[in-house]
Design a protein around this ligand. Structure first.
Ligand code: UDP
Length: 512
Protein backbone atom coordinates (compact mmCIF):
# COMPACT_ATOMS: atom_id res chain seq x y z
CA UNK A 1 0.00 0.00 0.00
CA UNK A 2 0.98 3.61 -0.33
CA UNK A 3 1.64 4.10 3.36
CA UNK A 4 3.91 1.03 3.45
CA UNK A 5 6.27 2.50 0.89
CA UNK A 6 6.52 6.01 2.23
CA UNK A 7 8.80 5.57 5.20
CA UNK A 8 8.78 7.71 8.28
CA UNK A 9 11.34 9.85 10.11
CA UNK A 10 10.80 10.71 13.76
CA UNK A 11 12.51 13.81 15.16
CA UNK A 12 13.09 14.62 18.84
CA UNK A 13 14.36 18.11 19.69
CA UNK A 14 15.67 19.05 23.13
CA UNK A 15 13.50 21.51 25.06
CA UNK A 16 15.18 24.82 24.25
CA UNK A 17 14.54 27.43 21.58
CA UNK A 18 18.08 27.15 20.25
CA UNK A 19 17.28 23.47 19.56
CA UNK A 20 13.67 23.73 18.35
CA UNK A 21 14.64 26.28 15.67
CA UNK A 22 17.30 24.14 13.91
CA UNK A 23 15.21 20.96 14.35
CA UNK A 24 12.31 22.55 12.48
CA UNK A 25 14.72 23.81 9.83
CA UNK A 26 16.16 20.29 9.52
CA UNK A 27 12.66 18.81 9.19
CA UNK A 28 12.01 21.22 6.30
CA UNK A 29 15.34 20.37 4.66
CA UNK A 30 14.60 16.62 4.94
CA UNK A 31 11.16 17.12 3.37
CA UNK A 32 12.86 18.76 0.39
CA UNK A 33 15.38 15.94 -0.03
CA UNK A 34 13.09 13.06 0.80
CA UNK A 35 9.55 14.18 -0.09
CA UNK A 36 8.39 10.56 -0.08
CA UNK A 37 8.97 10.23 3.67
CA UNK A 38 6.65 11.40 6.41
CA UNK A 39 8.36 13.49 9.07
CA UNK A 40 7.03 13.60 12.63
CA UNK A 41 8.38 16.18 15.07
CA UNK A 42 7.56 15.12 18.62
CA UNK A 43 7.74 17.45 21.60
CA UNK A 44 6.11 18.27 24.93
CA UNK A 45 2.91 20.37 24.88
CA UNK A 46 4.47 23.79 25.39
CA UNK A 47 7.33 23.19 22.96
CA UNK A 48 4.87 21.81 20.44
CA UNK A 49 2.82 25.00 20.73
CA UNK A 50 5.95 27.02 19.98
CA UNK A 51 6.76 24.87 16.93
CA UNK A 52 3.17 25.15 15.68
CA UNK A 53 3.21 28.93 16.03
CA UNK A 54 6.27 29.27 13.79
CA UNK A 55 5.13 26.86 11.08
CA UNK A 56 3.25 27.67 7.88
CA UNK A 57 0.79 24.78 7.55
CA UNK A 58 -0.50 26.07 4.21
CA UNK A 59 2.67 25.59 2.20
CA UNK A 60 6.15 24.30 3.00
CA UNK A 61 5.28 22.68 6.27
CA UNK A 62 2.26 20.67 5.19
CA UNK A 63 4.26 17.44 5.25
CA UNK A 64 5.58 17.87 8.77
CA UNK A 65 3.44 16.18 11.40
CA UNK A 66 3.49 17.22 15.02
CA UNK A 67 3.01 14.79 17.85
CA UNK A 68 2.63 15.63 21.50
CA UNK A 69 4.74 13.84 24.11
CA UNK A 70 2.79 14.00 27.37
CA UNK A 71 4.80 15.82 30.05
CA UNK A 72 3.93 17.63 33.27
CA UNK A 73 6.70 19.80 34.65
CA UNK A 74 5.31 19.58 38.20
CA UNK A 75 5.87 15.79 38.14
CA UNK A 76 9.59 16.54 37.97
CA UNK A 77 9.89 19.23 40.62
CA UNK A 78 9.75 22.03 38.05
CA UNK A 79 7.44 25.06 38.18
CA UNK A 80 4.20 24.76 36.17
CA UNK A 81 4.60 25.20 32.39
CA UNK A 82 8.36 24.90 32.64
CA UNK A 83 9.14 22.71 29.68
CA UNK A 84 11.78 24.88 28.06
CA UNK A 85 15.10 26.32 29.24
CA UNK A 86 13.79 29.77 28.40
CA UNK A 87 11.26 29.68 31.24
CA UNK A 88 13.73 28.59 33.89
CA UNK A 89 16.44 30.12 36.04
CA UNK A 90 19.83 28.50 35.43
CA UNK A 91 19.69 26.72 38.80
CA UNK A 92 16.74 24.62 37.56
CA UNK A 93 18.01 23.77 34.12
CA UNK A 94 19.80 20.62 35.31
CA UNK A 95 16.41 19.44 36.61
CA UNK A 96 14.89 20.05 33.19
CA UNK A 97 17.67 17.99 31.58
CA UNK A 98 16.98 15.09 33.94
CA UNK A 99 13.22 15.37 33.44
CA UNK A 100 13.73 14.74 29.73
CA UNK A 101 14.55 11.10 30.56
CA UNK A 102 10.82 10.67 31.22
CA UNK A 103 10.20 11.16 27.49
CA UNK A 104 11.60 7.69 26.74
CA UNK A 105 8.26 5.95 27.44
CA UNK A 106 6.06 8.18 25.24
CA UNK A 107 8.69 8.07 22.48
CA UNK A 108 8.62 4.30 22.64
CA UNK A 109 4.82 4.42 22.26
CA UNK A 110 5.12 6.80 19.32
CA UNK A 111 7.53 4.51 17.48
CA UNK A 112 5.39 1.46 18.23
CA UNK A 113 2.27 3.26 16.95
CA UNK A 114 3.97 4.20 13.70
CA UNK A 115 5.28 0.65 13.31
CA UNK A 116 1.81 -0.83 13.84
CA UNK A 117 0.14 1.65 11.48
CA UNK A 118 2.64 1.39 8.65
CA UNK A 119 3.63 -2.22 8.97
CA UNK A 120 7.28 -1.40 9.55
CA UNK A 121 9.38 0.73 11.89
CA UNK A 122 10.33 4.30 10.98
CA UNK A 123 13.40 4.77 8.75
CA UNK A 124 15.17 6.42 11.66
CA UNK A 125 14.86 8.50 14.79
CA UNK A 126 16.74 11.79 14.67
CA UNK A 127 17.26 12.84 18.26
CA UNK A 128 19.05 15.68 19.95
CA UNK A 129 22.55 14.65 21.15
CA UNK A 130 21.26 15.35 24.65
CA UNK A 131 18.70 12.54 24.22
CA UNK A 132 21.23 9.69 24.23
CA UNK A 133 18.55 7.43 25.75
CA UNK A 134 16.78 7.43 22.39
CA UNK A 135 19.62 5.40 20.84
CA UNK A 136 18.61 2.39 22.95
CA UNK A 137 14.91 2.94 22.34
CA UNK A 138 15.43 3.09 18.57
CA UNK A 139 17.64 0.01 18.51
CA UNK A 140 15.20 -1.99 20.58
CA UNK A 141 12.35 -1.11 18.23
CA UNK A 142 14.31 -1.97 15.09
CA UNK A 143 15.04 1.47 13.69
CA UNK A 144 18.21 3.49 13.13
CA UNK A 145 19.21 6.25 15.51
CA UNK A 146 20.78 9.45 14.29
CA UNK A 147 22.11 12.06 16.71
CA UNK A 148 21.65 15.66 15.62
CA UNK A 149 23.95 18.20 17.16
CA UNK A 150 22.60 21.73 16.95
CA UNK A 151 26.17 22.94 17.55
CA UNK A 152 29.15 23.04 15.20
CA UNK A 153 31.72 20.24 14.80
CA UNK A 154 34.52 21.89 16.83
CA UNK A 155 32.19 23.15 19.56
CA UNK A 156 30.27 19.89 19.89
CA UNK A 157 33.45 17.84 20.15
CA UNK A 158 34.91 20.20 22.75
CA UNK A 159 31.67 20.09 24.73
CA UNK A 160 31.49 16.30 24.63
CA UNK A 161 35.15 15.76 25.41
CA UNK A 162 35.26 18.25 28.28
CA UNK A 163 32.18 16.73 29.94
CA UNK A 164 33.39 13.18 29.45
CA UNK A 165 36.99 13.79 30.57
CA UNK A 166 36.81 16.86 32.85
CA UNK A 167 40.41 17.61 31.73
CA UNK A 168 40.71 20.80 33.83
CA UNK A 169 40.55 18.70 36.97
CA UNK A 170 43.89 17.03 36.39
CA UNK A 171 45.85 20.29 36.46
CA UNK A 172 46.08 23.50 38.50
CA UNK A 173 47.17 25.47 35.48
CA UNK A 174 44.88 27.99 33.81
CA UNK A 175 45.38 26.32 30.45
CA UNK A 176 44.91 22.65 29.66
CA UNK A 177 44.66 20.36 26.67
CA UNK A 178 41.46 18.57 25.77
CA UNK A 179 41.44 14.93 24.56
CA UNK A 180 40.62 14.82 20.87
CA UNK A 181 42.27 18.21 20.17
CA UNK A 182 45.86 18.84 19.08
CA UNK A 183 48.24 20.44 21.56
CA UNK A 184 48.08 23.80 19.81
CA UNK A 185 44.35 24.12 20.67
CA UNK A 186 44.80 24.56 24.40
CA UNK A 187 41.71 25.62 26.33
CA UNK A 188 41.50 28.09 29.22
CA UNK A 189 39.65 27.74 32.53
CA UNK A 190 37.73 30.97 31.83
CA UNK A 191 36.19 29.22 28.83
CA UNK A 192 34.39 26.79 31.14
CA UNK A 193 30.94 27.58 32.45
CA UNK A 194 30.78 27.52 36.26
CA UNK A 195 28.86 24.21 36.15
CA UNK A 196 31.67 22.47 34.30
CA UNK A 197 34.41 24.20 36.28
CA UNK A 198 32.91 22.89 39.50
CA UNK A 199 31.85 19.49 38.17
CA UNK A 200 33.51 16.41 39.66
CA UNK A 201 31.58 13.63 37.95
CA UNK A 202 29.12 13.13 40.80
CA UNK A 203 27.08 16.34 40.35
CA UNK A 204 23.73 16.53 38.54
CA UNK A 205 25.22 18.10 35.39
CA UNK A 206 27.98 15.52 34.97
CA UNK A 207 25.57 12.69 35.68
CA UNK A 208 23.30 13.83 32.88
CA UNK A 209 25.85 14.80 30.24
CA UNK A 210 28.36 11.99 30.80
CA UNK A 211 25.68 9.34 30.36
CA UNK A 212 23.66 10.94 27.56
CA UNK A 213 26.65 12.02 25.48
CA UNK A 214 28.23 8.58 25.80
CA UNK A 215 24.99 6.99 24.57
CA UNK A 216 24.82 9.39 21.62
CA UNK A 217 28.37 8.36 20.65
CA UNK A 218 26.87 4.94 19.88
CA UNK A 219 24.26 6.26 17.41
CA UNK A 220 24.33 5.13 13.77
CA UNK A 221 25.54 8.55 12.64
CA UNK A 222 25.63 12.25 13.44
CA UNK A 223 24.04 15.14 11.64
CA UNK A 224 25.71 18.47 12.23
CA UNK A 225 24.34 21.96 11.58
CA UNK A 226 27.55 23.21 10.03
CA UNK A 227 29.45 23.29 6.75
CA UNK A 228 32.39 21.04 5.89
CA UNK A 229 34.47 23.86 4.35
CA UNK A 230 34.08 26.39 7.16
CA UNK A 231 35.44 24.18 9.94
CA UNK A 232 37.67 21.52 8.36
CA UNK A 233 39.63 21.00 11.59
CA UNK A 234 36.42 20.50 13.60
CA UNK A 235 35.09 17.85 11.21
CA UNK A 236 38.43 16.08 10.97
CA UNK A 237 38.67 15.82 14.77
CA UNK A 238 35.01 14.94 15.26
CA UNK A 239 35.17 12.07 12.75
CA UNK A 240 38.40 10.69 14.28
CA UNK A 241 36.76 10.74 17.68
CA UNK A 242 33.31 9.40 16.78
CA UNK A 243 34.27 6.79 14.18
CA UNK A 244 30.76 7.23 12.78
CA UNK A 245 29.39 8.85 9.65
CA UNK A 246 29.10 12.60 10.24
CA UNK A 247 27.00 14.57 7.76
CA UNK A 248 27.56 18.32 7.62
CA UNK A 249 24.21 19.55 6.37
CA UNK A 250 24.18 23.19 7.50
CA UNK A 251 23.69 26.03 7.69
CA UNK A 252 20.07 25.48 8.70
CA UNK A 253 19.02 29.06 8.09
CA UNK A 254 16.00 29.86 5.91
CA UNK A 255 16.94 29.27 2.23
CA UNK A 256 16.14 32.86 1.17
CA UNK A 257 18.99 34.02 3.41
CA UNK A 258 21.48 32.02 1.37
CA UNK A 259 20.56 33.18 -2.09
CA UNK A 260 23.24 34.80 -4.18
CA UNK A 261 21.41 38.02 -4.71
CA UNK A 262 21.71 39.78 -1.39
CA UNK A 263 18.87 40.17 1.09
CA UNK A 264 15.23 39.76 0.08
CA UNK A 265 13.34 43.00 0.09
CA UNK A 266 12.58 43.92 3.68
CA UNK A 267 8.96 44.30 2.76
CA UNK A 268 8.45 40.73 1.67
CA UNK A 269 10.19 39.43 4.79
CA UNK A 270 8.07 41.72 6.89
CA UNK A 271 4.88 40.45 5.33
CA UNK A 272 5.79 36.82 5.67
CA UNK A 273 6.86 37.28 9.27
CA UNK A 274 3.82 39.29 10.23
CA UNK A 275 1.69 36.54 8.82
CA UNK A 276 3.20 34.06 11.24
CA UNK A 277 4.20 36.13 14.23
CA UNK A 278 2.23 38.24 16.61
CA UNK A 279 1.55 41.92 16.08
CA UNK A 280 4.04 42.83 18.79
CA UNK A 281 6.90 41.26 16.84
CA UNK A 282 5.60 42.91 13.66
CA UNK A 283 5.90 46.31 15.30
CA UNK A 284 9.41 45.57 16.46
CA UNK A 285 10.35 44.51 12.91
CA UNK A 286 9.17 47.84 11.55
CA UNK A 287 11.05 49.75 14.23
CA UNK A 288 14.24 47.78 13.61
CA UNK A 289 14.09 48.16 9.84
CA UNK A 290 13.40 51.92 10.13
CA UNK A 291 16.40 52.25 12.39
CA UNK A 292 18.66 50.22 10.11
CA UNK A 293 17.44 52.08 7.02
CA UNK A 294 18.45 55.37 8.63
CA UNK A 295 22.10 54.26 8.97
CA UNK A 296 24.89 53.64 6.47
CA UNK A 297 26.20 50.38 5.04
CA UNK A 298 27.92 48.12 7.63
CA UNK A 299 27.71 50.79 10.31
CA UNK A 300 25.43 49.28 12.99
CA UNK A 301 26.51 47.00 15.85
CA UNK A 302 23.78 44.46 16.59
CA UNK A 303 23.77 43.16 20.19
CA UNK A 304 21.92 40.06 21.35
CA UNK A 305 22.55 37.13 23.67
CA UNK A 306 20.20 34.51 22.25
CA UNK A 307 17.07 33.14 23.83
CA UNK A 308 18.10 32.69 27.45
CA UNK A 309 21.17 34.65 28.51
CA UNK A 310 21.68 38.03 30.08
CA UNK A 311 24.60 39.80 31.79
CA UNK A 312 25.26 41.05 35.32
CA UNK A 313 23.99 44.52 36.33
CA UNK A 314 27.50 46.01 36.42
CA UNK A 315 28.37 44.55 33.02
CA UNK A 316 25.16 46.03 31.60
CA UNK A 317 26.07 49.46 32.94
CA UNK A 318 29.61 49.35 31.49
CA UNK A 319 28.35 48.08 28.14
CA UNK A 320 25.86 50.98 27.94
CA UNK A 321 28.50 53.59 28.82
CA UNK A 322 30.93 52.13 26.29
CA UNK A 323 28.34 52.01 23.53
CA UNK A 324 27.27 55.60 24.04
CA UNK A 325 30.83 56.93 24.25
CA UNK A 326 31.81 55.11 21.03
CA UNK A 327 29.35 57.29 19.14
CA UNK A 328 28.65 54.32 16.80
CA UNK A 329 25.11 53.21 15.99
CA UNK A 330 23.82 50.11 17.79
CA UNK A 331 20.69 47.98 18.01
CA UNK A 332 20.51 46.24 21.38
CA UNK A 333 18.10 43.44 22.30
CA UNK A 334 17.93 44.12 25.99
CA UNK A 335 16.43 42.21 28.90
CA UNK A 336 16.69 42.50 32.70
CA UNK A 337 20.15 41.68 34.09
CA UNK A 338 21.14 38.64 36.13
CA UNK A 339 19.31 38.35 39.44
CA UNK A 340 16.01 39.68 38.06
CA UNK A 341 13.13 38.05 36.22
CA UNK A 342 14.52 37.86 32.69
CA UNK A 343 10.98 38.17 31.28
CA UNK A 344 9.97 40.93 33.69
CA UNK A 345 9.64 44.70 33.22
CA UNK A 346 12.80 46.55 32.28
CA UNK A 347 13.83 49.20 34.82
CA UNK A 348 15.59 52.38 33.65
CA UNK A 349 17.95 52.31 36.66
CA UNK A 350 19.78 49.38 35.07
CA UNK A 351 21.17 51.86 32.53
CA UNK A 352 22.98 55.20 33.01
CA UNK A 353 20.54 58.07 33.85
CA UNK A 354 18.76 59.30 30.70
CA UNK A 355 20.56 56.72 28.50
CA UNK A 356 17.61 55.48 26.45
CA UNK A 357 16.19 58.97 25.80
CA UNK A 358 19.57 60.28 24.72
CA UNK A 359 20.54 57.45 22.38
CA UNK A 360 17.10 57.12 20.80
CA UNK A 361 16.76 60.93 20.56
CA UNK A 362 20.04 61.20 18.68
CA UNK A 363 19.20 58.06 16.65
CA UNK A 364 22.49 56.52 17.78
CA UNK A 365 20.79 53.53 19.32
CA UNK A 366 17.67 51.42 19.43
CA UNK A 367 16.75 49.27 22.42
CA UNK A 368 14.47 46.35 21.67
CA UNK A 369 12.94 44.61 24.68
CA UNK A 370 13.54 40.90 25.06
CA UNK A 371 13.23 39.56 21.47
CA UNK A 372 14.04 40.94 18.03
CA UNK A 373 13.71 39.69 14.44
CA UNK A 374 17.34 38.58 14.31
CA UNK A 375 17.38 37.21 10.75
CA UNK A 376 16.04 40.48 9.32
CA UNK A 377 18.58 42.47 11.29
CA UNK A 378 21.56 40.34 10.29
CA UNK A 379 20.57 40.30 6.61
CA UNK A 380 20.20 44.08 6.50
CA UNK A 381 23.08 45.87 4.76
CA UNK A 382 23.47 48.40 7.60
CA UNK A 383 24.42 45.72 10.13
CA UNK A 384 28.23 45.71 10.31
CA UNK A 385 29.06 43.53 13.32
CA UNK A 386 27.32 41.36 15.92
CA UNK A 387 28.07 41.43 19.65
CA UNK A 388 26.93 37.90 20.39
CA UNK A 389 27.02 35.17 23.02
CA UNK A 390 28.20 32.89 20.18
CA UNK A 391 25.28 30.46 20.40
CA UNK A 392 25.64 28.29 17.32
CA UNK A 393 22.41 29.41 15.64
CA UNK A 394 23.40 33.04 16.02
CA UNK A 395 26.85 32.17 14.72
CA UNK A 396 25.50 30.45 11.60
CA UNK A 397 23.01 33.25 10.99
CA UNK A 398 25.65 35.95 11.31
CA UNK A 399 28.29 34.25 9.18
CA UNK A 400 25.73 33.36 6.50
CA UNK A 401 25.33 37.12 6.05
CA UNK A 402 29.08 37.84 6.21
CA UNK A 403 28.74 39.69 9.53
CA UNK A 404 31.85 39.41 11.81
CA UNK A 405 31.38 38.73 15.51
CA UNK A 406 32.40 40.36 18.76
CA UNK A 407 32.24 37.40 21.12
CA UNK A 408 30.93 37.39 24.66
CA UNK A 409 30.30 33.69 25.30
CA UNK A 410 28.07 32.88 28.26
CA UNK A 411 27.26 29.17 28.63
CA UNK A 412 27.03 25.74 26.97
CA UNK A 413 29.64 25.37 24.18
CA UNK A 414 29.63 29.09 23.31
CA UNK A 415 33.19 29.76 24.49
CA UNK A 416 34.45 26.89 22.29
CA UNK A 417 32.58 28.34 19.31
CA UNK A 418 34.22 31.69 20.01
CA UNK A 419 37.65 30.03 20.30
CA UNK A 420 37.20 28.31 16.96
CA UNK A 421 36.06 31.54 15.32
CA UNK A 422 39.04 33.44 16.74
CA UNK A 423 41.79 30.82 16.23
CA UNK A 424 40.64 29.01 13.10
CA UNK A 425 38.30 31.27 11.16
CA UNK A 426 39.54 34.73 12.05
CA UNK A 427 36.02 36.18 12.04
CA UNK A 428 35.74 37.00 15.74
CA UNK A 429 37.32 39.00 18.52
CA UNK A 430 36.34 38.27 22.13
CA UNK A 431 35.26 41.15 24.35
CA UNK A 432 34.95 39.09 27.52
CA UNK A 433 33.58 35.78 28.84
CA UNK A 434 30.71 34.93 31.16
CA UNK A 435 28.78 36.88 33.76
CA UNK A 436 31.48 37.04 36.43
CA UNK A 437 34.05 39.05 34.50
CA UNK A 438 34.65 42.77 34.96
CA UNK A 439 34.33 44.75 31.80
CA UNK A 440 35.25 48.42 31.41
CA UNK A 441 33.37 50.85 29.21
CA UNK A 442 36.69 51.78 27.62
CA UNK A 443 37.24 48.20 26.43
CA UNK A 444 33.77 48.18 24.89
CA UNK A 445 34.50 51.42 23.08
CA UNK A 446 37.82 50.12 21.77
CA UNK A 447 36.42 46.86 20.45
CA UNK A 448 33.59 48.69 18.66
CA UNK A 449 36.07 51.06 17.05
CA UNK A 450 38.22 48.12 16.01
CA UNK A 451 35.44 46.11 14.32
CA UNK A 452 33.95 49.09 12.53
CA UNK A 453 37.23 50.51 11.25
CA UNK A 454 37.82 50.47 7.52
CA UNK A 455 41.43 49.32 7.81
CA UNK A 456 43.39 46.87 9.94
CA UNK A 457 41.92 44.04 11.96
CA UNK A 458 38.29 45.08 11.57
CA UNK A 459 38.59 45.02 7.82
CA UNK A 460 40.37 41.66 7.92
CA UNK A 461 37.57 40.14 10.05
CA UNK A 462 34.96 41.47 7.66
CA UNK A 463 36.85 39.93 4.73
CA UNK A 464 37.09 36.56 6.46
CA UNK A 465 33.41 36.63 7.40
CA UNK A 466 32.59 37.35 3.78
CA UNK A 467 34.67 34.37 2.66
CA UNK A 468 32.85 32.11 5.14
CA UNK A 469 29.53 33.41 3.81
CA UNK A 470 30.60 32.46 0.28
CA UNK A 471 31.55 28.95 1.43
CA UNK A 472 28.16 28.54 3.10
CA UNK A 473 26.33 29.65 -0.03
CA UNK A 474 28.37 27.26 -2.17
CA UNK A 475 27.58 24.41 0.23
CA UNK A 476 23.82 24.69 -0.26
CA UNK A 477 23.93 24.96 -4.06
CA UNK A 478 21.49 22.45 -5.49
CA UNK A 479 23.64 21.98 -8.58
CA UNK A 480 22.67 22.59 -12.17
CA UNK A 481 23.96 21.46 -15.58
CA UNK A 482 27.34 23.12 -15.30
CA UNK A 483 27.46 23.70 -11.55
CA UNK A 484 28.52 21.20 -8.91
CA UNK A 485 26.29 20.28 -6.03
CA UNK A 486 27.30 21.91 -2.75
CA UNK A 487 28.80 19.82 0.07
CA UNK A 488 25.80 20.19 2.39
CA UNK A 489 23.39 19.13 -0.36
CA UNK A 490 25.57 16.10 -1.12
CA UNK A 491 25.77 15.21 2.56
CA UNK A 492 22.00 15.39 2.88
CA UNK A 493 21.58 13.06 -0.13
CA UNK A 494 24.08 10.65 1.38
CA UNK A 495 22.24 10.74 4.67
CA UNK A 496 18.93 9.96 2.96
CA UNK A 497 20.50 7.06 1.06
CA UNK A 498 21.94 5.70 4.30
CA UNK A 499 18.66 5.69 6.19
CA UNK A 500 16.93 4.06 3.24
CA UNK A 501 19.41 1.21 3.53
CA UNK A 502 22.02 0.04 1.04
CA UNK A 503 19.68 -2.21 -0.91
CA UNK A 504 17.64 0.63 -2.36
CA UNK A 505 18.91 3.05 -4.89
CA UNK A 506 18.13 6.26 -3.06
CA UNK A 507 15.16 8.56 -3.32
CA UNK A 508 14.18 7.65 -6.87
CA UNK A 509 13.09 4.12 -6.06
CA UNK A 510 10.36 5.38 -3.76
CA UNK A 511 6.96 6.34 -5.11
CA UNK A 512 5.66 9.80 -4.19
N1 UDP B 1 16.61 34.86 18.35
C1 UDP B 1 15.78 35.81 17.76
N2 UDP B 1 15.61 37.00 18.40
C2 UDP B 1 16.20 37.31 19.57
C3 UDP B 1 17.05 36.35 20.17
C4 UDP B 1 17.23 35.13 19.52
O1 UDP B 1 15.23 35.59 16.69
O2 UDP B 1 16.00 38.40 20.08
C5 UDP B 1 16.82 33.56 17.65
C6 UDP B 1 18.11 33.59 16.89
O3 UDP B 1 17.90 34.07 15.56
C7 UDP B 1 18.56 32.14 16.93
C8 UDP B 1 17.99 31.62 18.25
O4 UDP B 1 16.96 32.53 18.61
O5 UDP B 1 17.98 31.40 15.87
C9 UDP B 1 19.03 31.59 19.36
O6 UDP B 1 19.83 30.48 19.20
P1 UDP B 1 21.36 30.47 19.64
O7 UDP B 1 21.89 29.12 19.33
O8 UDP B 1 22.08 31.60 19.02
O9 UDP B 1 21.35 30.76 21.20
P2 UDP B 1 20.60 30.10 22.45
O10 UDP B 1 19.29 30.75 22.51
O11 UDP B 1 20.51 28.62 22.18
O12 UDP B 1 21.47 30.44 23.60
Amino acid sequence: SKSRSRGHIVMLPFMAHGHLIPFLALARRIRRHAPFAAVTLAATPLNLRYLRSTMCPDDDDSGIRLRELPFRSSDHGLPPDSENTENLPYSQIATLFHSSLALAAPVERLISDITAEEGRPPLCVIADVFFGWSVDVARRLGTKSIAFTTGGAYGSLAYASIWLNLPHRSTDAEEFSVPGFPERCRFHRSQLHRYIREADGSDQWSKFFQIQIKLSLAADGWLCNSVEEIEPLGFDLLRKHLKLPVWAIGPLVPPHMLQKSSPVSPNSTLKSLQKHAGKALGLSIEKCLDFLNSHGQNSVLYISFGSQNTMSPSQMMQLAIGLESSGKPFLWVIRPPLGFDIKGEFRPEWLPPGFEDRVTGSKQGLLVRNWAPQLDILSHGSTGAFLSHCGWNSTMESLSQGVPIVGWPMAAEQAYNAKMMVDEMGVCVELTRGVESRIEAEAVKQVIEMVTEEEGKGREMKKRAHAVMEQMREAVKEGCEDGEQGSSVKAMDEFVRTILGDSTNGALSFPQ
